[in-house]
Design a protein around this ligand. Structure first.
Ligand code: FES
Length: 344
């Protein structure tokens, strides 16, 4: 029996390793030829100190100079000493290059193209070695656009345990992937991608969660919801989904399905276009108040274009509420711009 440990590096690269119940995470990392930071290997120096964001473990033996009680209480850990009791997600204090590793490359076959509307397309891939592909719900990969040397970043809209992997794309005039999907893409095409990447991923749901999506920023949140169907959250999970116009609205039926199978899940959507037939017109900020933020006892996951991310952050600040955690990811049609997770 072994557990899966996700090592998330400072540059967003994530590598997954198998770790036995009596093996330290450091031993398992080195077995996988991943050189996470280490010095004493004895719980004395603190060089390996990392942050455990998900899972349970035995912290092992160490001295206070390496890891204080307060640090341990805040989730910090020493990979040279810790042994897993469950699957783990660790933030490692180095880049992937410093640890002599890199994002994995995967090859796949295009198996479905779904044209949701004139603005939004979803495509699915049948990955050659699906067992070799692990990711955390919310993460993204860099997809090489077939027939070009360009790559674009897309978050998985599918869950980590689903066989096929899927991605939502907003079509843009002159965009490399947009041009490929609109004119050339055929089922059976070969596609390569690298990853997974990013620190925007679902943590253990230990308090109410507010999911905020702008346009195709819905994709990583769909991946999170799919994951929640495997262990439904005991806390309320509410999603607010904002788009520019009716044609950008996708997956409402999917969200209805999640609301049916996840008792704690609810959602609303809004459309900025005044001509929309949606019940709520305007921006997602109009649907956020102190109540939706549970007075601050909430973990926020926000994915959308930069103006939306900034507008939401400003709005939350203006309400005088400080969420327990605020994770966000900014993207443009062509790339993920920034990911961050921060308690505020
Ligand atoms: Fe020194 Fe882990 S390497 S405490």
């Amino acid at each position: 029996m072994s557990f899966q440990v996700a090592l998330n590096f400072e540059d967003g690269v994530t590598r997954f390793i198998e770790c036995g119940p009596h093996e330290t995470v450091a031993e398992a990392s080195y077995r996988a030829r991943i050189n996470i930071p280490l010095d004493c290997r004895d719980g004395a120096c603190g060089t390996c100190k990392s942050l455990c964001e998900s899972g349970s473990f035995d912290g092992g033996d160490y001295i206070d100079e390496a890891l204080t009680e307060d640090e341990a209480a805040a989730g910090h850990c020493l990979p040279c000493q810790m042994t897993p009791h469950s699957d783990l997600v660790l933030r490692i204090p180095s880049t992937s290059a410093a640890a002599k590793t890199a994002p994995a490359t995967h090859t796949a076959t295009l198996c479905e193209i779904r044209r949701h509307s004139s603005s939004t397309v979803e495509f699915s891939l049948d990955v050659d070695d699906r067992k070799a592909l692990d990711f955390l719900p919310g993460q993204y990969v860099n997809v090489t656009v077939p027939g070009t040397d360009q790559s674009r970043s897309y978050s998985f809209s599918s869950g980590p345990r689903q066989k096929e992997v899927s991605f939502l794309v907003r079509l843009t005039e002159g965009g490399a992937m947009s041009g490929y999907l609109a004119e050339h893409a055929r089922v059976g095409d070969r596609i390569e991608f690298t990853g997974p990447m990013g620190s925007f991923y679902l943590r253990d749901v230990t308090r109410p969660a507010l999911l905020l999506a702008g346009g195709t920023g819905l994709a990583p949140l769909l991946s999170m919801l799919e994951t929640m169907t495997q262990s439904p959250a005991a806390h309320p999970v509410h999603l607010l989904y904002g788009v520019s116009s009716d044609q950008d609205l996708v997956h409402l039926a999917t969200l209805d399905d999640y609301a049916d199978v996840l008792p704690s899940f609810s959602f609303e959507h809004c459309v900025a276009d005044e001509a929309s037939s949606a019940r709520h017109k305007g921006y997602v900020t109009s649907l956020i108040d102190a109540g939706t933020l549970h007075g601050g006892d909430v973990e926020v996951y926000l994915c959308g274009p930069p103006p939306m991310v900034e507008a939401v952050r400003g709005h939350v600040t203006s309400l005088g509420v400080t969420p327990s955690a605020f994770h966000f990811e900014k993207f443009t049609p062509g790339a993920v711009l920034a990911t961050a997770g921060a308690a505020r």
